[in-house]
Design a protein around this ligand. Structure first.
Ligand code: ZN
Length: 435
């Protein structure tokens, strides 16, 4: 990524480069994706050999595919992996043989309700071969014989995931987690990957309080493998975490809360969204969805939420060939990036302070704190903020507590408090808020 380009240019370029790659939970697609991401950040690769036990799961054999073709007896091509990698059932067994239409049918996957698009179907843990195609193409199949060939390979290999770490002024960590196991789909999975990469680029340029841990892993088995090795350490250090996905479409913002539902992260995100005036909806935690399922499993119960636009499973393009580069756009990605940055800025700036003038109000005018610029409403809002901050900063209320109490934006409170700190009216009592 280039420093001269805007966040949306960076994300869009990366999206276009990563989109065509056939990824799965293991195999060359994941390695290729990590190699591309590794150009812009020092990615550490964690490897888990096939057969490794990770809690209740076992790392499967590695799956790779060279090609797949389904043809009618007269040579007409019905489905070709080269045209779209979704044409092959993910983790399909290899096959090379002739089948009647009836024999073939149980190996064909389509969406009757969306007859023109190819579904994304996988069979990671059940041995199966198959092709995915549009329902219209499936319905048009004529009786006769078909030649099915899938050149896939299973071998003892590894599951590999990538991790990048940006140390901050404290060892308390913020986790940014995304998944790299989906083949050619743009919003689900990939939009989160490019946004995470952009967050890394942006944060690496500035000083920050928290340490940031970026995980690029195959969904579910990758997160489980990661947690089986690093989960206890992560839990100890974790201040808050976000699973990034579905951030490139034009839908409004959705935030899925942490398991606890009232964690500092939930309050910060709610405040930033509400006062940032982004159309949004907040959803409670459900043990369904993406890797927050693992981070929020009861043994870990980590404060991990998920900030997305349209919710996976709820938009018609989800898990189909219609989740493509036309479905996402650079300005939606850029807006999502700004929402993430604001949430991180709010988490970083949320301190607890104590006024240095606790007996009666300090005299603001002689400290130049009365605003000279801005309209009347803005000036009055700023003065109110100063008064609230100075009154409630008794060492027990964080800026978030104050923002909530006065129904104001946390970022605006942080900005006003910075002026008070510079004027010597506030002093920090602790750097990091704990729950
Ligand atoms: Zn998905």
């Amino acid at each position: 990524m280039n420093d001269l380009l805007s966040p949306s240019d960076n994300m869009w370029r990366l999206m276009r480069e990563l989109y065509p790659i056939c990824r799965s939970i293991t195999g060359d697609g994941v390695r290729k994706t990590l190699a591309i991401l590794g150009r812009d950040m020092p990615l550490v690769h964690h490897r888990f050999p096939s057969g490794t036990q990770c809690y209740d799961w076992e790392v499967p054999f590695e799956w790779n595919i060279d090609g797949a073709l389904l043809r009618y007896e007269d040579g007409t091509v019905i489905a070709n992996f080269e045209h779209h990698n979704l044409h092959v059932l993910g983790y399909s067994l290899p096959v090379d043989g002739w089948f009647t239409l009836d024999e073939l049918r149980t190996h064909l996957f389509s969406l009757p309700e969306q007859p023109d698009i190819i579904p994304y179907v996988t069979s990671y843990y059940r041995s199966e071969w198959g092709f995915c195609l549009s329902h219209r193409a499936k319905e048009a199949l004529k009786p006769g014989r078909y030649h099915a060939r899938i050149d896939s390979r299973f071998s003892p290999g590894e599951l590999v995931l990538g991790e990048a770490f940006l140390p901050g002024r404290t060892e308390r960590e913020i986790l940014i987690s995304c998944y790299i196991c989906h083949p050619s789909m743009a919003n689900d999975s990939l939009s989160g990957v490019v946004l995470a990469a952009e967050l890394y680029r942006e944060l690496s340029k500035r000083s920050h309080l928290f340490s940031y841990r970026f995980c690029f892993l195959p969904e579910t088995i990758g997160a489980i493998a990661y947690l089986s090795r690093f989960g206890q350490r992560l839990k100890k250090a974790l201040h808050a975490g976000l699973v990034v996905t579905c951030v490139g479409d034009s839908g409004r913002i959705h935030y899925k809360q942490t398991r606890c539902g009232n964690h500092l992260l939930d309050r910060v995100v709610a405040n930033v969204l509400r006062h940032g005036k982004w159309p949004h909806e907040i959803r409670g935690f459900r043990p369904l969805g993406s890797d927050e399922r693992q981070y929020c499993s009861p043994g870990f119960d980590m404060p991990v939420g998920s900030l997305m636009r349209s919710v996976y499973g709820e938009f018609p393009e989800y898990h189909t060939s219609a989740d493509n580069l036309d479905f996402v756009n650079a300005s939606a990605l850029e807006e999502s990036f700004h929402v993430y940055m604001e949430v991180l800025r709010a988490l970083e700036g949320n301190q607890t302070c104590r006024t240095t003038v606790p007996f009666c109000e300090p005299q603001m005018g002689r400290r130049g704190l009365y605003p000279m610029v801005g309209d009347k409403a803005e000036k009055s809002a700023l003065i109110q903020r100063y008064m609230w901050i100075l009154n409630l900063s008794d060492g027990n209320n964080s800026f978030l507590d104050i923002a909530e109490r006065m129904d104001d934006g946390l970022l605006a409170v942080i900005e006003a408090a910075d002026n008070l700190i510079r004027a010597g009216l506030l002093e920090e009592v602790k750097e990091v808020q704990h729950e």
